[in-house]
Design a protein around this ligand. Structure first.
Ligand code: AHR
Length: 501
């Protein structure tokens, strides 16, 4: 099987957006408590922040982190999580039916974010709360001093404002599971009014409106239109969320999850531009894909069955090599939409459907999905090239015909280095990827592969390094381009540099 494509530096989609490699820390399960924060653990610093998790977050290449939820934020009282710890109440978290000790809050998160080198993305509660509380939180976080909430922050030992740039106006407000769910029009009006008031406090902020909770929601498309009818002029972007898993026996459909992501993004772009047309506006809203990952959700009983406990073990999915192949492909979808998707957050960061796992009695380790994310975050540099692969097709029960091979590439104009990401979704045969490269002759600098074998292998506390990308030499170059062998069900990254002299 052969797939062909042309890489031409003249055909550029957009620069790689720095916040495309974001992640998400929610007060859910063991993401915060027992994840990023575990006082008393041998790896914890004086503030209780786990150094091993910070180190892996840096290695993962995470650029931004959304906080504190998620469904959690829709019932959250942010002021319970600031100030002297002994005064902070234990609260009921209605989203996950858990006990929230509030020993970790905004200031601890900001301290963690600084150490991890990530930009914070903050969500406000538009479920049980509204304009006033969002403004109070923004005043506490970003206003320099001399007012009720900014002085409260100073009194809490944080003299300088946090200067948080990006604010999400609520979370998944269309979901029947959401505390304080609203219709698109109700939510759109609240988002617009909240955003308007927040901008009066800090005109420099960026605002993200809630899109649909996923593309299978019955209101998908009309929700975005209703929200943007109200909030188009106030917000900078609209959110997308998607979690992928295999449905029934359709393994090809699962392997082609990136095609579902492509279609979802294209649908939201179309809706944003439809509203722009209705409003005679030339503004092009950006998209914030601020929750995405694989989640074997069919194994999760749902919120209603949870007992009141602190940091219960929730959705600690163990990821396989096959999952890592799919995740690498999802990143390729995000890259090729980088003209519109400028924020994306892998949900979540630690323990809860996460690339990083911890246990109280051990160090942190990398799940299989850690690897394609870390390699893409490190090597997708410069600009995303427009690539139009010519691939054989496979048949999926749910998606119909899908490409067997998918390809994306980036090019760093300064160095001329090109990074190619490719996935072979075919279960039975290897593929040859033949890339014509316009311009200079290239040599391969690095070629790594995940998959092709041991597709059900995982990493675990006992075997934390069982799955790692492996180097490959199965490529060849000539003055016109590059040929790469892609094993069955695999993700590949090839880096090339111009041949000089
Ligand atoms: O990431 C887990 C949950 O998935 C989030 O809380 C919610 O926003 C989504 O439904």
């Amino acid at each position: 099987m052969t797939c062909t494509a042309t890489l031409d530096p003249a055909f550029v989609i957009a620069p790689v957006p720095p916040r495309l490699f974001g992640s998400f820390v929610e007060h859910m399960g063991r993401c915060v408590y027992g994840g990023v924060y575990e006082p008393g653990h041998p790896e914890a610093d004086a503030e209780g922040l786990r150094a091993d998790v910070i180190e892996l977050t840096r290695e993962l290449g995470v650029s931004a982190v959304r906080y504190p939820g998620g469904n959690f934020v829709s019932g959250y009282r942010w002021e319970d999580g600031v100030g002297p710890r002994e005064d902070r109440p234990v609260a009921l978290d209605l989203a996950w039916r858990s006990l929230e000790p509030n020993t970790f809050g905004l200031n601890e998160f900001m301290s963690w974010a600084r150490q991890a080198g990530v930009e914070p993305i903050m969500a406000v509660n538009l479920g049980t709360r509204g304009v006033e509380d969002a403004c109070n939180l923004l005043e506490y976080a970003n206003f320099p001093a001399g007012t009720r909430y900014s002085d409260l922050r100073v009194a809490h030992g944080v003299r300088d404002p946090h200067r948080i740039r990006t604010w999400c106006l609520g979370n998944e407000m269309d979901g029947p599971w959401q505390i304080g769910r609203k219709t698109g029009t109700e939510y759109g009006r609240l988002a617009a009014e909240t955003g308007k008031a927040m901008r009066r406090i800090d005109p420099s902020i960026e605002l993200v409106a809630c899109g649909s909770s996923n593309e299978r929601m019955p209101t998908f498309g009309s929700w975005e239109a209703d929200v943007l009818d109200e909030a188009f002029d106030v917000v900078d972007s609209i959110s997308l969320h998607a979690y992928f898993e295999q449905h029934g026996e359709d393994r090809v459909g699962f392997l082609a999850s990136a095609q579902v992501m492509d279609d979802f993004i294209d649908g939201v772009v179309a809706t944003c531009d439809h509203i722009a047309a209705k409003k005679r506006s030339r503004r092009r809203l950006k998209l914030s894909f601020d929750e995405w990952n694989l989640w074997h959700e069919s194994r999760f009983a749902g919120q209603d069955h949870l007992d009141w406990a602190r940091a219960p073990r929730l959705i600690e999915d163990e990821y396989t090599v096959e999952d890592a192949v799919v995740l690498g492909n999802l990143l390729m979808s995000l890259l090729r939409h980088s003209d519109r998707v400028t924020i994306a957050c892998l949900a979540q960061l630690v323990n809860v459907i996460a690339p990083i796992r911890t246990e109280p009695d051990s160090g942190a380790w990398r799940q299989t999905i850690f690897h394609p994310f870390a390699l893409t975050a490190r090597h997708a540099r410069g600009e995303v090239l427009r690539v139009e692969p010519n691939s054989p097709v496979l048949h999926s029960e749910t998606l119909g015909d899908v490409a067997a091979v998918d390809v994306t590439a980036t090019r760093d104009a300064e160095t001329g280095e090109t990074t190619v990401f490719a996935v072979n979704r075919d279960e039975s045969q290897a593929a040859t990827l033949r890339l014509a490269m316009a311009g200079e002759e290239h040599a391969v600098v690095e070629h790594v592969v995940l998959g092709g074998r041991d597709l059900l292998a995982t990493n675990s506390k006992a075997a934390p390094r069982g799955v790692e990308p492996r180097s490959s030499t199965r490529h060849s170059t000539d003055p016109k381009g590059l040929s790469v062998e892609l094993p069955p069900v695999s993700w590949t990254m090839v880096r090339t540099a111009p041949v000089t002299g």
